[in-house]
Design a protein around this ligand. Structure first.
Ligand SMILES: C[S@@+](CC[C@H](N)C(=O)[O-])C[C@H]1O[C@@H](n2cnc3c(N)ncnc32)[C@H](O)[C@@H]1O
Length: 288
């Protein structure tokens, strides 16, 4: 964290690319052991991802030259733990099913233009526990080989870690067939400048809560709009024409931004933090 001191306030500003990461490792307090809510969301959207993988595979089949190209898939904000592997498994399983279907209906497995290889990029911020990801991938390979004995064979695949913010360019032009991102896009690229610089204050809060001034809400909302449109522009450039994206992220049911489940949770966290860290009068999260 970077500490900004002024006469009237002390602001703890999180610099996202430098400071932000989920709790590392696979111990009791780790993200890996505390991400069942996120897992639920992945399981719920499974059919959508399956459909998108099938469509991206078909696109790759049509567009690859003789000998078959690689199908490129990226999971943005992969974190570490079982959910990361769940996405890898889901993507490979869907490609395997799709290849099997083609083989039985059209007899084309191994034929010209068939994408033989799947390249999966696992992206997150540099502070992510990529070591845990790489170690668990080894286990995944062993388990996948065992568990799929009765199912269509997985395609040859290559998994690589890709550190960097998804609010920057991550891939060459027109090189990715499918982007996936689950439970990430509510994280902003930064705390809005006016709040970070102390020009506007959100005294006593780490986010938006009942007494947050409308000016602060407007700043967060504007940051969300800028970030999301930047994200979409970047991915549009990186996707092959006709490529696919599956994006799942938190939204609001209520129009009342100051109340609601998430604001309540962050409000309680703010109270807990303030009772622990007396010298911080304002700590701000890049979230909306
Ligand atoms: C709640 S976790 C979700 C992880 C995983 N996708 C899942 O469903 O369990 C959010 C992840 O987004 C990552 N993240 C947040 N902002 C990011 C950014 N700008 N670029 C890349 N990753 C980011 C965080 O580091 C974190 O690992």
């Amino acid at each position: 964290m970077r500490w900004l001191a002024s006469e009237s306030c002390r602001l703890a500003i999180m610099k996202v690319e430098r400071d932000f990461h989920m709790s590392r490792g696979d111990g009791e307090d780790s993200y890996a052991s505390n991400s069942r809510v996120q897992e639920k969301s992945i399981l719920k959207t499974r059919p959508v991802l399956h459909k998108a993988v099938t469509a991206a595979h078909a696109l790759c089949l049509i567009s690859s030259g003789p000998g078959g190209g690689a199908m490129v898939v990226a999971d943005l904000g992969c974190s570490s733990g079982p959910n990361t592997l769940l996405i890898v498994s889901e993507v490979l399983g869907a490609v395997a099913d799709s290849r099997h279907e083609l083989a039985t209906t059209m007899m084309v497995v191994g034929g010209a233009g068939q994408p033989q290889h799947v390249q999966i990029f696992l992206n997150d911020l540099p502070g992510n526990d990529f070591n845990l990801v790489f170690r668990s991938l080894e286990q995944f390979k062993t388990l996948a080989a065992r568990d799929r004995r009765e199912k269509p064979l997985l395609p040859p695949y290559y998994v690589a870690g890709l550190p960097g913010s998804f609010y920057t360019r991550l891939f060459p032009d027109r090189s990715v067939h499918l982007f996936h991102s689950s439970y990430c896009l509510m994280w902003r690229s930064k705390v809005p400048d006016e709040l970070a610089g102390g020009a506007v204050l959100n005294e006593g809060h780490i986010y938006i809560w009942e007494t947050t001034p409308p000016a602060v809400v407007a700043l967060y909302r504007r940051q969300f709009q800028e970030d999301l449109s930047l994200f979409l522009r970047l991915r549009h450039t990186e996707l092959v024409p006709g490529g696919h994206m599956v994006l799942t992220f938190l939204g609001r049911k209520s129009k009342d931004v100051l109340r609601g489940e998430l604001s309540y949770t962050w409000g309680l966290l703010a109270q807990a933090l303030q009772s622990l860290v007396k010298q911080v009068s304002s700590l701000l999260f890049p979230f909306y």
